[in-house]
Design a binder for this molecule. Structure first.
Ligand code: GAR
Length: 197
């Protein structure tokens, strides 16, 4: 059984998609052992708790400096000894020590087709604003392994989504989530849990 720790910062709809996929048997051989958020007020923590999943906030605001936060975050991760770390809308740069320690065992969902609209500064709604500003007709989402760079690790799955003429960033974000993110993130986890990658 693959032990997963999911890291979240906000609403947690991707976390919900993972929990639903486990319930529906679309993800097998895996269980979420902990959800960690950098944001105490993240609704994602409530989603986890309502399923009886251990949910913990580790906020940089509670620590003197970044090093202290990084240490606490790493300890909170190590406590549950996860086989896989899933970044599901996690808007914090991972401590380099964590990336090294869990090399090849961290995945991220990005709301665009990497290598477009990714890297530093491209997160959340900003990605969709940039997509609309550039006028591309196709966007999508990417699940990739995490390395030391920002959105540079090996790609696992991608799915394309149409951009429509009257899209706002919010409308496009919702379509990308519904048609791509909530599908390919659970799918990638199931592939890893069943030795298909
Ligand atoms: C998702 O769209 C995810 O792809 C994005 O944040 C959103 C979180 O939504 N992640 C990034 O931009 C990371 N670079 P959620 O909390 O409802 O899952």
């Amino acid at each position: 059984m693959l032990k997963i720790c999911v890291c979240v910062s906000g609403g947690g709809t991707n976390l919900q998609a993972i929990m639903d996929a486990i319930d529906a048997g679309k993800i097998t051989n895996a269980q979420i052992v902990r959800v960690i958020s950098n944001n105490r007020g993240a609704f994602a923590l409530e989603r986890a708790k309502s399923k009886g999943i251990d949910a913990v906030a580790v906020s940089p605001k509670d620590y003197e400096d970044r090093e202290d936060f990084n240490r606490a975050f790493l300890n909170c991760m190590d406590d549950v000894k996860p086989d896989l770390i899933v970044l599901a809308g996690f808007l914090v740069v991972l401590p380099p020590m964590m990336i090294k320690k869990y090399e090849g065992r961290i995945i991220n969902i990005h709301p665009a087709l990497i290598p477009s609209f990714c890297g530093k500064g491209f997160y959340g709604l900003k990605v969709h604003e940039a997509v609309l500003a550039r006028g591309v007709k196709i966007t999508g989402a990417t699940v990739h392994f995490v390395d030391e760079g920002t959105d540079t690790g090996p790609i696992i799955l991608q799915k394309a989504v149409e951009v429509r003429p009257n899209d706002t960033p919010e409308v496009l974000q919702q379509r990308v989530m519904e048609e791509a993110e909530w599908e390919i993130l659970p799918q990638a986890i199931n592939m890893i849990a069943n030795g298909l990658i």
